[in-house]
Design a protein around this ligand. Structure first.
Ligand SMILES: *Cc1c(COP(=O)(O)O)cnc(C)c1O
Length: 387
């Protein structure tokens, strides 16, 4: 082994000692409410395919037909010769859906967040982020070169205090809409008020809300009845509720034009395959037409929350399809997840660094493709393993 290899192996050993070693499971079926993993059939409470669209026949067909028509690779960045008519159509349809002037597609959410934040603020400015924001938002904030500060989760008073202390030129406040590891919603009404009084630019990442939260699937901003004027920067991903892949940012004409000119993670990367854009257009149609998916998620959520409370477990508040049961210890959390797996139920153990130390948890996600019996099965399995 080379000196470097020794060094790498030591670091991995340290990760193992902390109970944080990660490995991948092999998925051998399409994504869905039931999956086959490592040769075992499992009820799946781990994916972000909340609306059950990842393997929907309409979307599969749209994707296949588009591949026949346009091929697979986009062959270029958007600004060279990769911006296809179907990318443009998807951008326009998404803009209509979210009620904003214009949309810009990105290859994925991680890159979108790096590009958006690092373009909108820079040295001499300040970024304020909720402590539990997604890693890509935190990394975007750090990459911006601006003064970077995190406020306690959902804590408006703390945010006020740190905003008052700062005299930076430009200020930007960034928050998840639905917190991905907790399932609660950001206090958007308060954030709008505080952003306005501090002349700060407000950005929401609604990766886990758009399509899922709100009667029409308009996400957290529909739930709070907030417009482009209230929250100028809206970002969301397409790989979760939409069941496809990619991400976008939506806002005013001038915001989008500026990002198109300057966001490096937009400029210097290959455009999404056009067929993916076509598949996402099919997904958007279903999201608009099929309210039953959101209604069903609501019912399943109530059933799950009631059952978990009856078991006396530490369940976090949630108004989304994400439900977190705090266990605390890393090893214990993994052990429970493994026991559930042996009973044919897949619930992820989420450990640091995805969540704060001492807050390891089971993250249960629901899908519109689950049935009440699936939730019952999970509840009775949980009862056996936690007591
Ligand atoms: C998943 C996620 C992202 C990253 O999106 P990808 O398209 O998967 O890269 C960004 N923000 C939040 C809140 C997410 O949950």
């Amino acid at each position: 082994m080379s000196e470097y290899d020794h060094h790498f192996a030591e670091q991995v050993d340290e990760i193992k000692r902390q109970g944080l070693y990660r490995s991948r499971r092999l998925l051998e079926s399409p994504q869905g409410a039931c999956v086959e993993i490592d040769g075992q059939k499992l009820v799946n409470f781990s994916s972000n395919d909340y609306l059950g669209l990842a393997n929907h026949p309409d979307i599969v067909t749209a994707f296949k037909q588009a591949v026949d028509e346009y091929g697979v690779g986009s062959g270029s960045a958007h600004l060279i010769c990769g911006h296809h008519r179907v990318h443009q159509q998807l951008e326009e349809e998404l803009a209509d859906f979210v009620g904003r002037d214009r949309v810009l597609l990105f290859s994925n959410g991680y890159m979108a967040n790096l590009g958006i934040i690092s373009t909108l603020v820079s040295t001499g400015d300040a970024v304020y982020e909720d402590r539990l924001n997604h890693a890509s938002l935190l990394d975007g904030g750090r990459m911006a070169g601006a003064r970077f500060q995190r406020y306690r989760h959902g804590d408006i008073e703390h945010l006020k205090t740190i905003l008052n202390r700062n005299l930076s030129r430009k200020k930007m406040i960034v928050t998840d809409g639905v917190f991905s590891m907790d399932g609660d919603l950001a206090p958007m009404a308060d954030l709008v008020r505080i952003a306005r009084s501090n002349k700060a630019l407000l950005m929401i990442d609604d990766a886990h809300g758009l399509g899922i939260v709100g009667k029409k699937g308009g996400g957290v901003l529909e739930e709070f009845q907030l417009s482009q004027h209230d929250v100028p920067v809206l970002m969301a991903t397409l790989g979760k509720g939409f069941g496809t892949y990619g991400a976008f940012v939506a806002g005013s004409e001038s915001l989008i034009d500026f990002l198109l000119q300057k966001a490096r993670t937009y400029t210097f990367t290959t455009a999404l395959p056009p067929a993916l854009a076509e598949a996402t257009r099919a997904s958007l149609k279903l999201i608009i037409q099929e309210d039953w998916r959101r209604e069903k998620l609501q019912l399943l959520s109530i059933q799950l929350k009631t059952g978990i409370r009856q078991l006396g477990l530490d369940l976090l508040e949630s108004e989304s399809a994400i439900h977190a049961v705090i266990i605390g210890d890393n090893y214990r959390t993994s052990e429970i997840s493994n026991q559930l797996l042996n009973m044919g139920i897949f619930v992820s153990a989420i450990r640091p660094p995805s969540v704060p130390k001492g807050k390891a948890r089971l993250r249960i996600t629901l899908s519109a493709k689950h049935e009440a019996q699936d939730v019952d099965r999970l509840l009775s399995a949980l009862e056996k393993v936690v007591n």
